[in-house]
Design a binder for this molecule. Structure first.
Ligand SMILES: [Zn+2]
Length: 212
């Protein structure tokens, strides 16, 4: 194969899943063994696109309706989303074939469509909030170490913090933070104006709630 002139190369095929309202273009050409996995992930995206859009609405915003899933044979790490394209490490999928939660996390980034400038910990926290609260609510969660953990740890730590705020302090914060981030209007003061507490005060209350 190394000496193939290209004349006999297989044509690249992109599998389109879904329809006008929500679709996924699956490009497994560079990792053909992941074709079937890619189709499953694409079907999942078609199902979750409207759900995530409904969970993260904002005035005047129309969520994207199409996502491309590309499997990168050389990529290290897990995956990233840029614009409407999710690039996924083929090696990661081979090692973690059950990790569809990762796809929902990345698809949330596509729906977020935030301009640059918002705090990364909150952007990642909201993506994992959608993942762990809505997509895989029964999956085991990390045990937080009050001495070391911070809301700025992002990902599941921030997601669990957001869930606690929603359930035990002020409902609707995720939707409002989402709208602020999307509008490029996030400020730390928003926590106080929405909840009556600073983010540090909220974190202290959350940590206290975890004490036996
Ligand atoms: Zn992310």
């Amino acid at each position: 194969m190394a000496f193939d002139s290209g004349l006999h190369a297989e044509p690249r095929t992109i599998v389109k899943i879904g329809a006008k309202d929500a679709s996924a273009l699956v490009d497994a050409n560079d990792a053909p063994d992941l074709k079937e996995w890619g189709n499953k992930a694409g079907t999942l995206c078609v199902e979750w696109f409207p759900k995530i859009a409904a969970l993260l609405p904002s005035v005047g915003f129309a969520a994207p309706k199409e996502v491309t899933l590309y499997f990168d044979p050389k990529m290290k790490g897990v995956a990233h989303a840029l614009g409407g394209k999710i690039t996924i490490s083929a090696a990661f999928v081979r090692a973690h074939p059950d990790d569809f939660g990762m796809v929902v996390h990345e698809l949330t980034h596509v729906v977020q469509s935030y301009p640059p400038g918002g705090p990364g910990w909150l952007v990642e926290g909201i993506a994992d909030y959608i993942r762990i609260v809505h997509f895989e609510p029964k999956a085991p969660r990390p045990k937080l170490d009050a001495a070391k953990a911070s809301y700025k740890d992002a990902y599941k730590t921030t997601a669990m913090f957001l869930e606690w705020i929603e359930l035990h302090h002020t409902a609707g914060v995720v939707v409002k933070m989402n709208a602020a981030l999307r509008g490029g209007a996030y400020k730390d003061e928003l926590w106080s104006s929405l909840t009556g507490k600073t983010v540090d005060e909220l974190w202290a209350l959350f940590m206290k709630s975890l004490q036996p």
